[in-house]
Each structure stands twice: as structure tokens, then as C-alpha cells.
Design a binder for this molecule. Structure first.
Ligand SMILES: NC(=O)c1ccc[n+]([C@@H]2O[C@H](COP(=O)([O-])OP(=O)(O)OC[C@H]3O[C@@H](n4cnc5c(N)ncnc54)[C@H](OP(=O)(O)O)[C@@H]3O)[C@@H](O)[C@H]2O)c1
Length: 251
């Protein structure tokens, strides 16, 4: 079995940049997303060995199927980057219920299933790393994008707890909490206004995430403004944070 870095959501945005930076470090890659053509184009520009898996990770059984396909190619996941995810702007009563459920299936269930499935092998081999992409949205409730914020609060809580469980064990696990970042995210989420205007390029976000994972950090929040915003949500009353987030969403 040869070690591989599995990157979910690798056809765009942060995932494609994770692929670029991990390939530049000489890692063998397994890329997962629904759009195969995008990943084939990315593969053509990357050095080294790249395996492509096209699937909808939100479907029941998809995480297990993916890992079985990886194993069938004599590969074993040494680094897992749980990056696939999407958001949806608007109020809960107006949202397509299937998209809300699909968001929970992808952002929460698939991430949890993949993490649970790779951990025993990593512990048995005495080597492994997991980077779960949360968000600064994880630190406070998100009026007008409620389900997305709640999924990211789950990712942060789950990852921090696992980080503690892995103390003294040979597996590193880190939550990456980006602020607004330039990608297809806001188009998919149908969010306009202040947040997409604040978005920063993917490169620095990905570099910070990989560096934090290598150093065994529990949480990485790239960028000073994002750190202040995340810490601010601990200091301010929750009612004030709810109002601030609602105001940002509608401006
Ligand atoms: N951009 C931001 O401002 C921001 C801020 C904080 C956190 N994040 C988080 O960063 C992560 C990456 O997002 P991004 O900004 O890079 O957005 P993006 O450009 O929209 O990329 C999302 C990726 O997820 C994949 N994906 C979506 N649904 C999928 C499904 N059902 N099955 C498999 N793959 C699926 C997409 O590929 P296909 O469409 O080809 O399947 C794409 O590769 C997400 O978890 C997001 O919540 C983003």
C-alpha cells in the first residue's frame, strides 16, 4: 500500500489549491469532487501521481465507496483533507429543503464518516494527519445562512474534540477556519454583498492550513482580521454577535 493525500472538493477553490501545494511537496494525490473534467484539467498541470475519483460525496455510502476505490488501487490515506462543502444564503423557511439536507450530508456526515473510517488505519500504521475545513462561521450563529454556520460549528467542535483525543497518539488533526476566500463558494451559496467583496486569495489560506497541520495545531484561523472576528465572538454577548452577523449578511 502506498501513502496518498486525499483531498475532497478538489475541482475548485481551496481544494484545487490544496492539490497544487501538496503536489509541489511531492505527495501522491487522490482528488474527489463531482466534476471530473475540472480535476482532469488540474491533474494535467500538477507534477507527480494524481488519482481522480468523481462522485457525489453527499450520497449515502459515498465516503465508504470512495475509500474502497482508493484501497483497490493499493493506496492508503495518510493525509485526509476534508475540504468539500457548500453554503446557502437566505432564511430557512425559504430554502430548498433538499439543499439544506444535502449541506448537512456533505459538510457534516461525509466529513465525519471519512474521518472515522481513516483513523484506525492511521493509528495502526503510527502515522496520519487530518485537516478539516471549518470556517470563521463556526464561531457564532449565522442568521440568514443558519444551516451553513451550524454545520461549520459542528466541524470545529468535532475536530477540536478529536484533537484532544489524539493527544499522545501519532495522528494530527486540525480545524482550518478561513474567512471569506476567493472561490466558487459565494456563487454556489447565492450570497452577494460585503462577504464576497472581503474575500482573499486561496494561496495564503491553504499555506496556513498545511503549516498548522504540520505543527499539530488544533485550530488555524488565517489572517489577523479573521482572528479578531473569531476571538471577538467569545468576548461579545451572543445577542450582539447575532445582530452583527445578521447585519453583515444583509449589507
Ligand atoms: N470560500 C470561502 O469564503 C470559505 C470560507 C470558509 C470556509 N470555506 C469552506 O472551504 C471549503 C471549500 O470551499 P471553496 O471556498 O473552495 O468553495 P468552492 O470553490 O465552491 O469549492 C467547493 C468544492 O466542493 C466540491 N463539492 C461540492 N459539493 C460536492 C459534493 N456533493 N460531492 C463532492 N464534492 C462536492 C466542489 O466540486 P464539484 O462541484 O465538482 O462537486 C468543489 O470542488 C468548504 O468546506 C467551504 O465551506 C470557504
Amino acid at each position: 500500500m502506498r501513502p496518498v493525500t486525499l483531498i475532497t472538493g478538489a475541482s475548485a477553490g481551496l481544494g484545487a489549491e490544496f492539490a497544487r501545494q501538496c503536489a509541489a511537496r511531492g505527495e501522491t494525490l487522490a482528488l474527489l469532487a463531482r466534476r471530473r473534467d475540472r480535476m482532469e484539467a488540474l491533474k494535467a498541470e500538477l507534477p507527480g501521481e494524481v488519482h481522480i475519483f468523481a462522485a457525489d460525496l453527499a450520497l449515502p455510502g459515498a465516503p465508504a465507496d470512495l475509500l474502497a476505490q482508493i484501497e483497490a488501487q493499493s493506496l492508503t490515506v495518510e493525509t485526509l483533507i476534508n475540504n468539500a462543502g457548500f453554503g446557502l444564503g437566505g432564511d430557512v423557511q425559504d430554502a430548498d429543503p433538499d439543499r439544506l439536507t444535502g449541506m448537512i450530508d456533505l459538510n457534516v456526515r461525509a466529513l465525519t464518516e471519512l474521518t472515522r473510517a481513516v483513523l484506525p488505519g492511521m493509528l495502526a500504521r503510527g502515522r496520519g494527519a487530518i485537516l478539516n475545513v471549518a470556517s470563521t462561521a463556526a464561531f457564532q450563529p449565522g442568521p440568514h445562512m443558519a444551516v451553513y454556520y451550524a454545520t461549520k460549528a459542528y466541524v470545529l467542535s468535532f475536530t477540536e474534540a478529536l484533537h484532544q483525543e489524539m493527544k499522545g497518539k501519532p495522528v494530527r488533526i486540525t480545524a482550518l477556519c478561513p474567512g471569506p476566500t476567493q472561490s466558487e463558494f459565494f456563487d454556489v451559496a447565492e450570497v452577494t454583498g460585503m462577504l464576497p467583496r472581503m474575500a482573499v486569495p486561496v494561496e495564503g489560506v491553504v499555506t496556513a492550513g498545511l503549516k498548522g497541520l504540520a505543527r499539530g495545531k488544533a485550530i488555524v484561523i488565517p489572517g489577523t482580521k479573521n482572528k479578531v472576528f473569531a476571538q471577538g465572538s467569545r468576548l461579545l454577548p451572543r445577542a450582539a454577535m447575532r445582530r452583527i452577523v445578521a447585519r453583515i449578511k444583509t449589507s
